[in-house]
Structures are given as structure tokens and as C-alpha cells.
Design a binder for this molecule. Structure first.
Ligand SMILES: CC(C)(COP(=O)(O)OP(=O)(O)OC[C@H]1O[C@@H](n2cnc3c(N)ncnc32)[C@H](O)[C@@H]1OP(=O)(O)O)[C@@H](O)C(=O)NCCC(=O)NCCS
Length: 201
């Protein structure tokens, strides 16, 4: 998760994706946790009440609502909300670019290990590909072995350590990166419907 302090600006463009996909590694999932297919939609301000509650529950230094609002207005940023029966069960966001950057990814505690994180990560990586990114990077707390595990599963590798990056807890961030060329076709989400409404794609 990216710590705050970076300005986001611009205009939001929409992207709709209904993830009905097996995400990376899913084919090997026999006997593993049950997958819950979620609907992924571009985040809107109306999602922020539920998003905010999850954010505050999960992160010691949560993004304030105004930071999400800034991200939603940014030309270079995409945030998605995961819905299960109309309830927000997760969200994820990315800054696009030659080197795309995952800003945040979170799944409600009650919905973990059901491949929702995988569906969102697969969507973000697919988005990065479609926007021509060469690589995708992110920061993760050094103590957050769960998140590191999902990132490794998707082919991210640690490339640097940022000491004291999470200032409040004086915790280091591990920077992880994935070369997009290695996002092979076999790994990509098998979405039944994935429509890009972004004319820039
Ligand atoms: C990280 C997070 C998004 C994963 O979401 P999820 O929907 O539970 O993950 P998935 O079910 O898609 O799991 C995919 C893989 O991640 C790894 N993983 C997920 N949860 C794990 C856990 N508790 N322990 C170990 N590995 C785990 C496993 O490799 C798993 O594959 P498997 O289920 O086949 O073993 C979720 O745990 C979360 O929201 N954590 C708190 C917020 C956070 O830390 N965000 C990341 C900030 S950088």
C-alpha cells in the first residue's frame, strides 16, 4: 500500500470490468479455498462510506476519504470496487504509467481467501498491460507477509527496501516489481466480460 503524501490530480475515466475469471494460479486451486466471483466496477464516491470502513479496519494509517476522492478525480489513477450482492467486499487502485504503481488493495476480513484479492490484482495487471506499462511496482509493509505472498504468486519480486517508509509505525516498506512482459497470456484473467471504456486504450 502506498503511504500518503503524493498528489493526485486530473479527471476520472471509466472502466468497467465484471471479473468472472480464474485469476493466476486458479487452475491449481483444487481443494483450496472456495472462490467467490465478485463484480468489479470503477469506484465512485458513493462507494466511499463502505470503502472507508474497510480501510480504517485494516490499515494502521488509513487513507482518508479525501485521498480517495482525489484519486477518483485523477486522470492517471484507476480505482475499482469489488461487490458481492451489492455489498462492498474489497477495492484496489493503481496509478498508470510506463511504470504502473499499485496504490492499494484490500479485501474485507470476512471475505478473505476466496480469490477476491486475486481477481482485483489480475484486473489491475491487465489494466497496466492495456495502458502499455513496462512494469508494475508497489510498496508493502515488511511485516505484511500475507500481501507479499499474493504478490509473489503473481510474479512480483522484491527489488528494494525503503527504511521507515511507513513513518508512524517506523516500519520499512519492501518495494516489489513485476516486469509486464512476464505477464504471460496464460496468467491473464479469463473474464467473460471486460470492457474498457477508456478511449485512450
Ligand atoms: C492481501 C489481501 C488483499 C489478499 O486478499 P484475498 O482475497 O484474501 O487473497 P486471495 O484469496 O486471492 O489469495 C491469493 C493468494 O494470496 C496468498 N494469501 C492470501 N491470504 C493469505 C494468508 N492469510 N496467508 C498466506 N498466504 C495468503 C496465497 O498465496 C493465496 O493463494 P491460495 O489461496 O491459493 O493459497 C487481503 O489479505 C487483505 O486485504 N489484507 C489486508 C490489506 C492489505 O494488506 N493489503 C495489501 C497492502 S500492500
Amino acid at each position: 500500500m502506498q503511504a500518503l503524501g503524493q498528489e493526485l490530480s486530473g479527471e476520472r475515466k471509466g472502466e468497467i470490468a465484471v471479473a468472472d475469471s480464474a485469476a493466476s494460479g486458479d487452475a491449481k486451486m483444487t481443494g483450496g479455498p472456495r472462490k467467490l466471483t465478485v463484480t468489479l466496477l470503477p469506484m465512485t464516491a458513493t462507494d466511499l462510506g463502505e470503502v472507508d470502513a474497510i480501510e480504517r479496519d485494516l490499515f494502521p494509517s488509513p487513507w482518508p476519504r479525501k485521498a480517495f476522492l482525489r484519486a477518483l478525480k485523477s486522470r492517471d489513477t484507476r480505482f475499482f470496487t469489488a461487490f458481492e450482492s451489492g455489498t462492498v467486499v474489497g477495492y484496489a487502485g493503481m496509478r498508470l504509467g510506463d511504470s504502473a504503481h499499485i496504490l492499494n488493495i484490500a479485501v474485507h476480513r470476512d471475505y478473505r481467501r476466496r480469490k477476491i484479492g486475486s481477481q482485483m490484482l489480475a484486473l489491475l495487471l491487465d489494466l497496466a498491460v492495456r495502458h502499455g506499462a513496462r512494469c508494475v511496482t508497489l510498496e508493502v509493509r515488511s511485516s505484511n507477509t500475507t500481501a507479499q505472498s499474493i504478490y509473489r504468486k503473481f510474479g512480483f519480486a522484491p527489488v528494494a527496501v525503503r527504511k521507515g517508509y511507513y513513518a508512524r509505525e517506523k516500519e520499512s516498506a519492501i518495494v516489489m516489481a513485476k516486469e509486464i512482459g512476464k505477464w504471460a497470456a496464460s496468467e491473464r484473467p479469463r473474464a467473460t466480460e471486460q470492457r474498457a471504456l477508456d478511449p485512450g486504450v
